[in-house]
Design a protein around this ligand. Structure first.
Ligand code: BG6
Length: 464
Protein backbone atom coordinates (compact mmCIF):
# COMPACT_ATOMS: atom_id res chain seq x y z
CA UNK A 1 0.00 0.00 0.00
CA UNK A 2 1.11 3.59 -0.55
CA UNK A 3 3.80 5.32 1.39
CA UNK A 4 1.88 8.57 1.09
CA UNK A 5 3.31 11.13 3.46
CA UNK A 6 7.03 11.57 3.59
CA UNK A 7 7.76 12.64 7.14
CA UNK A 8 10.69 12.45 9.50
CA UNK A 9 11.34 9.02 10.99
CA UNK A 10 11.00 9.41 14.76
CA UNK A 11 13.49 7.75 17.09
CA UNK A 12 11.72 7.86 20.40
CA UNK A 13 8.74 5.63 21.14
CA UNK A 14 6.92 6.13 24.43
CA UNK A 15 4.29 3.67 25.61
CA UNK A 16 1.80 4.85 28.22
CA UNK A 17 0.46 1.85 30.13
CA UNK A 18 3.66 -0.02 29.30
CA UNK A 19 3.30 -2.80 31.86
CA UNK A 20 0.13 -4.09 30.17
CA UNK A 21 -0.52 -7.04 27.97
CA UNK A 22 -0.52 -5.10 24.69
CA UNK A 23 3.08 -3.98 25.18
CA UNK A 24 4.53 -7.40 25.89
CA UNK A 25 2.35 -9.46 23.53
CA UNK A 26 2.15 -7.20 20.50
CA UNK A 27 4.07 -3.91 20.54
CA UNK A 28 7.53 -5.09 21.62
CA UNK A 29 7.42 -8.25 19.46
CA UNK A 30 6.53 -5.99 16.50
CA UNK A 31 9.46 -3.70 17.30
CA UNK A 32 11.73 -6.77 17.52
CA UNK A 33 10.50 -7.69 14.03
CA UNK A 34 11.41 -4.24 12.74
CA UNK A 35 14.80 -4.26 14.47
CA UNK A 36 15.62 -7.60 12.91
CA UNK A 37 14.75 -6.24 9.46
CA UNK A 38 16.98 -3.20 10.04
CA UNK A 39 13.96 -0.87 9.88
CA UNK A 40 14.51 1.00 13.15
CA UNK A 41 16.60 4.18 13.01
CA UNK A 42 19.95 4.58 14.80
CA UNK A 43 19.54 5.81 18.35
CA UNK A 44 16.03 4.31 18.65
CA UNK A 45 14.70 4.16 22.22
CA UNK A 46 11.53 2.99 23.94
CA UNK A 47 10.30 4.66 27.11
CA UNK A 48 7.69 2.77 29.11
CA UNK A 49 5.51 4.79 31.46
CA UNK A 50 2.91 3.51 33.89
CA UNK A 51 1.54 3.21 37.38
CA UNK A 52 3.11 -0.21 38.04
CA UNK A 53 6.06 0.33 40.35
CA UNK A 54 8.76 -1.04 38.03
CA UNK A 55 12.35 0.05 37.52
CA UNK A 56 14.12 0.07 34.17
CA UNK A 57 15.83 -3.18 35.18
CA UNK A 58 12.64 -4.98 36.20
CA UNK A 59 10.82 -3.71 33.08
CA UNK A 60 13.67 -4.94 30.90
CA UNK A 61 13.56 -8.34 32.60
CA UNK A 62 9.76 -8.55 32.18
CA UNK A 63 10.04 -7.69 28.47
CA UNK A 64 12.96 -10.06 27.97
CA UNK A 65 10.80 -12.93 29.22
CA UNK A 66 7.81 -11.77 27.20
CA UNK A 67 9.87 -11.57 24.00
CA UNK A 68 11.15 -15.11 24.58
CA UNK A 69 7.51 -16.19 24.60
CA UNK A 70 5.87 -13.91 22.03
CA UNK A 71 8.76 -13.09 19.68
CA UNK A 72 10.50 -16.45 19.77
CA UNK A 73 11.27 -16.57 16.02
CA UNK A 74 13.33 -13.38 16.38
CA UNK A 75 16.95 -14.31 17.20
CA UNK A 76 17.90 -13.90 20.86
CA UNK A 77 20.66 -11.46 19.95
CA UNK A 78 18.10 -9.12 18.34
CA UNK A 79 15.71 -9.44 21.29
CA UNK A 80 18.54 -8.58 23.69
CA UNK A 81 19.49 -5.54 21.63
CA UNK A 82 15.89 -4.32 21.81
CA UNK A 83 15.73 -4.88 25.58
CA UNK A 84 18.78 -2.59 25.99
CA UNK A 85 16.85 0.19 24.23
CA UNK A 86 14.12 0.13 26.91
CA UNK A 87 13.72 2.33 29.95
CA UNK A 88 10.83 2.70 32.37
CA UNK A 89 9.45 5.62 34.33
CA UNK A 90 7.00 4.96 37.14
CA UNK A 91 4.48 7.77 36.71
CA UNK A 92 0.80 8.63 36.50
CA UNK A 93 0.02 9.10 32.78
CA UNK A 94 -2.65 11.69 33.62
CA UNK A 95 -0.18 13.93 35.48
CA UNK A 96 1.32 16.54 33.13
CA UNK A 97 4.36 17.33 35.29
CA UNK A 98 5.22 13.66 35.69
CA UNK A 99 4.83 13.12 31.93
CA UNK A 100 7.05 16.09 31.15
CA UNK A 101 9.82 14.46 33.17
CA UNK A 102 9.19 11.03 31.68
CA UNK A 103 8.84 11.99 28.01
CA UNK A 104 11.20 15.01 27.88
CA UNK A 105 9.35 16.52 24.90
CA UNK A 106 11.75 19.47 24.81
CA UNK A 107 14.41 17.11 23.46
CA UNK A 108 12.45 16.53 20.25
CA UNK A 109 9.34 14.97 18.75
CA UNK A 110 8.34 11.46 19.74
CA UNK A 111 5.67 8.80 19.31
CA UNK A 112 3.32 8.55 22.28
CA UNK A 113 1.37 5.29 22.20
CA UNK A 114 -1.68 5.16 24.48
CA UNK A 115 -1.79 1.47 25.43
CA UNK A 116 -4.48 2.41 27.94
CA UNK A 117 -8.10 1.57 28.66
CA UNK A 118 -10.44 3.83 26.67
CA UNK A 119 -11.73 5.79 29.73
CA UNK A 120 -8.16 7.01 30.40
CA UNK A 121 -7.62 8.39 26.86
CA UNK A 122 -9.07 11.83 27.61
CA UNK A 123 -7.20 12.61 30.83
CA UNK A 124 -4.01 11.18 29.31
CA UNK A 125 -4.31 13.33 26.16
CA UNK A 126 -4.85 16.43 28.32
CA UNK A 127 -1.71 15.59 30.29
CA UNK A 128 0.34 14.83 27.15
CA UNK A 129 -0.58 18.19 25.63
CA UNK A 130 0.06 20.05 28.89
CA UNK A 131 3.42 18.32 29.21
CA UNK A 132 4.48 20.08 26.00
CA UNK A 133 4.25 17.22 23.50
CA UNK A 134 3.69 19.25 20.32
CA UNK A 135 2.12 18.46 16.97
CA UNK A 136 5.40 17.40 15.42
CA UNK A 137 5.01 14.34 17.68
CA UNK A 138 2.59 11.48 16.93
CA UNK A 139 -0.22 10.37 19.23
CA UNK A 140 -1.38 6.79 18.85
CA UNK A 141 -4.77 5.60 20.10
CA UNK A 142 -5.26 1.86 20.42
CA UNK A 143 -8.66 0.38 19.50
CA UNK A 144 -11.46 0.48 20.54
CA UNK A 145 -11.17 4.23 19.89
CA UNK A 146 -13.46 5.18 22.75
CA UNK A 147 -16.49 3.36 24.09
CA UNK A 148 -19.31 5.20 22.35
CA UNK A 149 -20.04 8.02 19.90
CA UNK A 150 -20.18 10.81 22.47
CA UNK A 151 -16.96 9.81 24.16
CA UNK A 152 -15.16 9.50 20.82
CA UNK A 153 -16.39 12.89 19.66
CA UNK A 154 -15.17 14.42 22.92
CA UNK A 155 -11.79 12.73 22.55
CA UNK A 156 -11.45 13.87 18.92
CA UNK A 157 -12.37 17.44 19.88
CA UNK A 158 -9.75 17.36 22.60
CA UNK A 159 -7.07 15.93 20.30
CA UNK A 160 -7.80 18.54 17.64
CA UNK A 161 -7.12 21.38 20.09
CA UNK A 162 -3.42 20.50 20.11
CA UNK A 163 -2.81 18.05 17.27
CA UNK A 164 -3.52 18.07 13.56
CA UNK A 165 -5.25 14.98 12.18
CA UNK A 166 -1.93 14.01 10.53
CA UNK A 167 -0.29 13.57 13.89
CA UNK A 168 -3.01 11.30 15.30
CA UNK A 169 -2.93 7.57 14.55
CA UNK A 170 -5.95 5.42 15.46
CA UNK A 171 -4.85 1.83 15.27
CA UNK A 172 -6.78 -1.03 13.73
CA UNK A 173 -4.34 -3.86 13.20
CA UNK A 174 -6.67 -5.60 10.72
CA UNK A 175 -5.64 -2.95 8.20
CA UNK A 176 -2.10 -4.32 8.52
CA UNK A 177 -3.27 -7.83 7.54
CA UNK A 178 -2.33 -8.80 4.00
CA UNK A 179 -5.66 -10.39 3.09
CA UNK A 180 -7.49 -7.24 4.10
CA UNK A 181 -5.13 -5.18 1.95
CA UNK A 182 -5.50 -7.73 -0.81
CA UNK A 183 -9.18 -6.88 -1.19
CA UNK A 184 -7.98 -3.79 -3.02
CA UNK A 185 -5.62 -5.69 -5.31
CA UNK A 186 -8.22 -8.30 -6.06
CA UNK A 187 -10.95 -5.80 -6.82
CA UNK A 188 -9.08 -3.04 -8.59
CA UNK A 189 -6.23 -4.82 -10.37
CA UNK A 190 -8.34 -7.49 -12.08
CA UNK A 191 -10.85 -6.95 -14.85
CA UNK A 192 -12.77 -9.94 -13.63
CA UNK A 193 -14.44 -8.87 -10.42
CA UNK A 194 -15.27 -5.18 -10.51
CA UNK A 195 -17.96 -5.39 -13.25
CA UNK A 196 -19.77 -7.97 -11.11
CA UNK A 197 -19.21 -6.16 -7.81
CA UNK A 198 -22.73 -4.78 -7.39
CA UNK A 199 -26.05 -5.77 -5.94
CA UNK A 200 -27.10 -6.90 -9.38
CA UNK A 201 -24.70 -9.85 -9.13
CA UNK A 202 -23.89 -10.12 -5.44
CA UNK A 203 -26.50 -11.55 -3.13
CA UNK A 204 -24.86 -11.10 0.28
CA UNK A 205 -21.57 -10.52 2.04
CA UNK A 206 -20.66 -12.35 5.26
CA UNK A 207 -17.75 -11.10 7.33
CA UNK A 208 -16.99 -13.56 10.06
CA UNK A 209 -14.41 -13.79 12.80
CA UNK A 210 -15.07 -16.92 14.89
CA UNK A 211 -12.44 -17.67 17.52
CA UNK A 212 -11.75 -20.65 19.76
CA UNK A 213 -9.94 -18.25 22.11
CA UNK A 214 -11.71 -17.34 25.32
CA UNK A 215 -10.74 -14.50 27.63
CA UNK A 216 -7.02 -15.27 27.80
CA UNK A 217 -6.67 -13.27 31.02
CA UNK A 218 -8.14 -10.12 29.47
CA UNK A 219 -11.32 -9.87 31.56
CA UNK A 220 -10.49 -6.40 32.87
CA UNK A 221 -10.68 -5.11 29.28
CA UNK A 222 -13.05 -7.52 27.56
CA UNK A 223 -15.79 -7.58 30.18
CA UNK A 224 -16.22 -3.84 29.67
CA UNK A 225 -16.00 -4.06 25.88
CA UNK A 226 -17.80 -7.18 24.62
CA UNK A 227 -17.74 -8.56 21.09
CA UNK A 228 -19.49 -5.61 19.43
CA UNK A 229 -16.95 -3.05 20.65
CA UNK A 230 -13.99 -5.41 20.50
CA UNK A 231 -14.40 -6.71 16.94
CA UNK A 232 -17.36 -5.37 14.96
CA UNK A 233 -17.12 -1.61 15.57
CA UNK A 234 -13.58 -1.58 14.24
CA UNK A 235 -12.02 -4.65 12.59
CA UNK A 236 -15.10 -6.04 10.83
CA UNK A 237 -16.37 -2.63 9.74
CA UNK A 238 -12.95 -1.96 8.23
CA UNK A 239 -13.21 -5.14 6.18
CA UNK A 240 -16.70 -4.07 5.12
CA UNK A 241 -15.25 -0.73 3.96
CA UNK A 242 -12.60 -2.41 1.85
CA UNK A 243 -15.17 -4.68 0.21
CA UNK A 244 -17.81 -2.01 -0.35
CA UNK A 245 -15.80 1.11 -1.20
CA UNK A 246 -15.94 2.81 -4.58
CA UNK A 247 -12.63 2.70 -6.48
CA UNK A 248 -10.31 5.36 -5.01
CA UNK A 249 -8.37 7.51 -7.49
CA UNK A 250 -5.13 6.54 -5.75
CA UNK A 251 -3.99 4.67 -2.66
CA UNK A 252 -2.94 7.88 -0.96
CA UNK A 253 -4.19 8.29 2.58
CA UNK A 254 -6.67 10.99 1.55
CA UNK A 255 -8.26 9.10 -1.34
CA UNK A 256 -8.39 5.78 0.47
CA UNK A 257 -9.76 7.13 3.74
CA UNK A 258 -12.31 9.34 1.93
CA UNK A 259 -13.70 6.29 0.17
CA UNK A 260 -13.87 4.23 3.37
CA UNK A 261 -15.68 6.94 5.28
CA UNK A 262 -18.13 7.32 2.39
CA UNK A 263 -19.13 3.67 2.85
CA UNK A 264 -19.69 4.13 6.58
CA UNK A 265 -21.71 7.31 6.02
CA UNK A 266 -24.05 5.33 3.76
CA UNK A 267 -24.65 2.48 6.18
CA UNK A 268 -28.32 2.76 7.07
CA UNK A 269 -29.22 3.68 10.65
CA UNK A 270 -30.90 0.77 12.39
CA UNK A 271 -34.36 1.57 13.73
CA UNK A 272 -35.41 0.00 17.08
CA UNK A 273 -37.24 -2.68 15.10
CA UNK A 274 -34.24 -3.35 12.87
CA UNK A 275 -32.08 -3.82 15.96
CA UNK A 276 -34.50 -6.46 17.24
CA UNK A 277 -34.61 -8.26 13.90
CA UNK A 278 -31.07 -7.76 12.63
CA UNK A 279 -28.82 -8.13 15.64
CA UNK A 280 -27.91 -11.02 17.90
CA UNK A 281 -25.99 -11.00 21.15
CA UNK A 282 -24.96 -14.14 22.95
CA UNK A 283 -22.66 -15.43 25.65
CA UNK A 284 -20.91 -18.76 26.08
CA UNK A 285 -21.76 -21.23 28.80
CA UNK A 286 -19.52 -24.03 30.10
CA UNK A 287 -18.21 -26.42 27.48
CA UNK A 288 -15.18 -28.05 25.93
CA UNK A 289 -13.04 -26.64 23.16
CA UNK A 290 -10.90 -29.45 21.78
CA UNK A 291 -9.43 -30.96 24.94
CA UNK A 292 -9.89 -27.80 26.97
CA UNK A 293 -12.68 -27.50 29.53
CA UNK A 294 -13.99 -23.96 29.62
CA UNK A 295 -16.12 -22.47 32.39
CA UNK A 296 -19.18 -20.43 31.65
CA UNK A 297 -18.26 -16.83 30.70
CA UNK A 298 -19.96 -15.48 33.81
CA UNK A 299 -17.75 -17.73 35.98
CA UNK A 300 -14.49 -16.62 34.32
CA UNK A 301 -12.10 -14.80 36.63
CA UNK A 302 -12.64 -11.04 36.62
CA UNK A 303 -16.08 -11.16 34.95
CA UNK A 304 -18.99 -9.31 36.54
CA UNK A 305 -22.21 -11.00 35.37
CA UNK A 306 -24.20 -7.81 36.03
CA UNK A 307 -22.31 -6.11 33.19
CA UNK A 308 -24.19 -8.45 30.86
CA UNK A 309 -21.33 -8.60 28.37
CA UNK A 310 -21.79 -10.48 25.11
CA UNK A 311 -19.06 -12.80 23.81
CA UNK A 312 -20.79 -13.14 20.43
CA UNK A 313 -22.30 -10.47 18.22
CA UNK A 314 -23.96 -10.62 14.84
CA UNK A 315 -25.44 -7.71 12.94
CA UNK A 316 -26.90 -7.25 9.47
CA UNK A 317 -26.24 -3.91 7.81
CA UNK A 318 -27.38 -2.32 4.56
CA UNK A 319 -25.49 0.25 2.55
CA UNK A 320 -27.82 2.70 0.87
CA UNK A 321 -26.02 3.27 -2.40
CA UNK A 322 -26.84 2.43 -5.98
CA UNK A 323 -24.15 -0.25 -5.94
CA UNK A 324 -25.26 -2.00 -2.77
CA UNK A 325 -29.03 -1.55 -2.60
CA UNK A 326 -30.64 -4.79 -1.34
CA UNK A 327 -27.41 -6.55 -0.35
CA UNK A 328 -27.17 -7.60 3.32
CA UNK A 329 -23.74 -7.36 4.93
CA UNK A 330 -23.68 -9.77 7.88
CA UNK A 331 -20.93 -9.21 10.43
CA UNK A 332 -20.36 -11.79 13.14
CA UNK A 333 -17.72 -12.56 15.70
CA UNK A 334 -17.57 -14.71 18.79
CA UNK A 335 -15.21 -16.15 21.35
CA UNK A 336 -15.03 -19.76 22.59
CA UNK A 337 -16.57 -21.22 19.43
CA UNK A 338 -15.87 -24.72 18.16
CA UNK A 339 -13.88 -23.63 15.13
CA UNK A 340 -11.86 -20.68 13.86
CA UNK A 341 -13.55 -19.41 10.76
CA UNK A 342 -12.17 -16.02 9.87
CA UNK A 343 -13.14 -14.80 6.45
CA UNK A 344 -15.12 -12.50 4.24
CA UNK A 345 -17.40 -14.44 1.90
CA UNK A 346 -18.99 -12.77 -1.10
CA UNK A 347 -21.94 -14.83 -2.37
CA UNK A 348 -23.01 -14.20 -5.96
CA UNK A 349 -26.58 -14.49 -7.17
CA UNK A 350 -27.79 -17.65 -8.81
CA UNK A 351 -27.56 -18.10 -12.57
CA UNK A 352 -30.88 -17.79 -14.44
CA UNK A 353 -33.08 -20.84 -13.95
CA UNK A 354 -32.44 -22.70 -17.20
CA UNK A 355 -33.37 -26.26 -17.92
CA UNK A 356 -29.79 -27.14 -18.86
CA UNK A 357 -29.14 -29.15 -15.73
CA UNK A 358 -31.87 -31.68 -15.33
CA UNK A 359 -30.74 -33.38 -12.19
CA UNK A 360 -28.67 -30.76 -10.43
CA UNK A 361 -28.90 -27.15 -9.43
CA UNK A 362 -25.86 -24.89 -9.70
CA UNK A 363 -24.69 -23.66 -6.29
CA UNK A 364 -24.05 -19.93 -5.94
CA UNK A 365 -20.47 -18.86 -6.60
CA UNK A 366 -18.80 -17.80 -3.37
CA UNK A 367 -15.57 -15.83 -3.28
CA UNK A 368 -13.86 -16.33 0.07
CA UNK A 369 -11.07 -14.21 1.46
CA UNK A 370 -9.73 -16.21 4.39
CA UNK A 371 -7.77 -14.27 6.92
CA UNK A 372 -6.18 -17.14 8.80
CA UNK A 373 -4.51 -18.86 7.05
CA UNK A 374 -4.38 -16.26 4.28
CA UNK A 375 -6.16 -17.84 1.33
CA UNK A 376 -8.45 -16.95 -1.51
CA UNK A 377 -10.97 -19.35 -2.96
CA UNK A 378 -13.83 -19.33 -5.41
CA UNK A 379 -16.61 -21.94 -5.40
CA UNK A 380 -17.59 -22.92 -8.93
CA UNK A 381 -19.90 -25.42 -10.60
CA UNK A 382 -18.34 -27.77 -13.14
CA UNK A 383 -19.58 -30.65 -15.22
CA UNK A 384 -19.18 -33.84 -13.24
CA UNK A 385 -16.40 -36.29 -14.01
CA UNK A 386 -18.79 -39.21 -14.45
CA UNK A 387 -21.90 -37.85 -16.10
CA UNK A 388 -21.07 -34.61 -17.96
CA UNK A 389 -24.66 -33.45 -17.59
CA UNK A 390 -24.56 -33.51 -13.83
CA UNK A 391 -22.93 -30.61 -12.02
CA UNK A 392 -20.30 -30.99 -9.34
CA UNK A 393 -19.07 -28.30 -7.01
CA UNK A 394 -15.38 -27.34 -7.39
CA UNK A 395 -13.12 -24.90 -5.62
CA UNK A 396 -10.45 -22.70 -7.15
CA UNK A 397 -8.00 -21.96 -4.37
CA UNK A 398 -4.89 -19.94 -3.71
CA UNK A 399 -2.70 -19.93 -0.63
CA UNK A 400 -1.05 -16.59 -0.03
CA UNK A 401 2.61 -16.47 0.97
CA UNK A 402 3.08 -15.85 4.71
CA UNK A 403 2.94 -12.19 5.54
CA UNK A 404 6.44 -10.68 5.42
CA UNK A 405 5.85 -8.25 8.23
CA UNK A 406 3.32 -8.79 11.05
CA UNK A 407 0.26 -6.52 11.11
CA UNK A 408 1.46 -4.57 14.16
CA UNK A 409 4.99 -4.24 12.76
CA UNK A 410 3.52 -2.79 9.53
CA UNK A 411 1.49 -0.23 11.47
CA UNK A 412 4.28 0.73 13.88
CA UNK A 413 6.63 1.34 10.97
CA UNK A 414 4.00 3.58 9.35
CA UNK A 415 3.67 5.53 12.61
CA UNK A 416 7.44 5.98 12.94
CA UNK A 417 7.54 7.17 9.32
CA UNK A 418 4.46 9.38 9.71
CA UNK A 419 2.26 7.63 7.14
CA UNK A 420 -1.45 7.73 8.09
CA UNK A 421 -2.78 5.62 5.22
CA UNK A 422 -3.59 2.62 7.39
CA UNK A 423 -4.79 4.55 10.41
CA UNK A 424 -8.42 5.41 11.16
CA UNK A 425 -9.37 9.05 10.63
CA UNK A 426 -11.51 10.85 13.23
CA UNK A 427 -14.60 11.03 10.99
CA UNK A 428 -14.23 7.33 10.22
CA UNK A 429 -14.11 6.36 13.91
CA UNK A 430 -17.14 8.54 14.60
CA UNK A 431 -19.19 7.10 11.74
CA UNK A 432 -18.37 3.60 12.97
CA UNK A 433 -19.70 4.53 16.42
CA UNK A 434 -22.78 6.14 14.85
CA UNK A 435 -23.62 2.78 13.25
CA UNK A 436 -23.22 0.96 16.57
CA UNK A 437 -25.11 3.45 18.77
CA UNK A 438 -28.69 2.14 18.31
CA UNK A 439 -27.41 -1.39 18.87
CA UNK A 440 -25.48 -0.49 22.01
CA UNK A 441 -28.51 1.41 23.35
CA UNK A 442 -31.00 -1.40 22.66
CA UNK A 443 -28.71 -4.07 24.08
CA UNK A 444 -28.14 -2.00 27.21
CA UNK A 445 -31.90 -1.61 27.61
CA UNK A 446 -32.22 -5.38 27.28
CA UNK A 447 -34.41 -5.07 24.20
CA UNK A 448 -32.56 -7.89 22.46
CA UNK A 449 -32.46 -11.11 24.50
CA UNK A 450 -29.05 -12.55 25.39
CA UNK A 451 -28.76 -15.99 23.74
CA UNK A 452 -26.41 -18.68 25.02
CA UNK A 453 -24.10 -21.20 23.37
CA UNK A 454 -21.95 -23.90 24.93
CA UNK A 455 -18.23 -23.15 24.62
CA UNK A 456 -16.81 -25.21 21.77
CA UNK A 457 -20.05 -25.37 19.79
CA UNK A 458 -20.86 -24.30 16.23
CA UNK A 459 -23.22 -21.55 17.18
CA UNK A 460 -25.90 -20.59 14.68
CA UNK A 461 -28.00 -17.95 16.38
CA UNK A 462 -31.75 -17.76 16.29
CA UNK A 463 -32.88 -14.72 14.35
CA UNK A 464 -36.39 -13.33 14.44
C1 BG6 B 1 -8.06 -7.92 18.92
C2 BG6 B 1 -9.19 -8.28 19.84
O1 BG6 B 1 -8.14 -6.58 18.53
O2 BG6 B 1 -8.12 -8.77 17.78
C3 BG6 B 1 -9.13 -9.73 20.25
O3 BG6 B 1 -9.13 -7.45 21.00
C4 BG6 B 1 -9.07 -10.63 19.03
O4 BG6 B 1 -10.23 -10.08 21.07
C5 BG6 B 1 -7.97 -10.15 18.10
O5 BG6 B 1 -8.81 -11.94 19.45
C6 BG6 B 1 -7.98 -10.93 16.80
O6 BG6 B 1 -6.95 -10.53 15.96
P1 BG6 B 1 -5.62 -11.36 15.83
O7 BG6 B 1 -4.92 -10.75 14.67
O8 BG6 B 1 -4.87 -11.16 17.12
O9 BG6 B 1 -6.01 -12.77 15.65
Amino acid sequence: MSKGNSQTMLKKFAILGAAGDLTSRLLLPALANLLQDGRLPDGFEVVGVGLEPLTTESFQQHIKEALAEFAAPTPEEVRNRLVKMLSYVHADVTDAEALKKALKPAEGPLVVYLALPAPVFEPAVKAIAAAGVGQDSRIVIEKPHGTDLEGTQALDALLSKTYTEDSVFRIDHFLGKQTVQNVLGLRFANRLFEPLWTGEHIERVDIRWDETLTLEGRASYYDRAGALRDMLQNHLLQILCMIAMEPPASLSERDLRDKKVEVLRNVRDLSPNDVKRQTVRARYTAGTIGERKVPSYVDEQGVKPERDTETFAQITLHIDTWRWGGVPFVLRSGKALGDTRQEAAVTFREVPALTLWHDSTPQPNVLRLRLRPDELSLDLNLNGAGDPFVLEPAELGLKLAPQEMGAYARLLLDILEGDNTLSIRADEAEEAWRIMTPILDAWKADEVPMQEYPAGSEFEPKTS
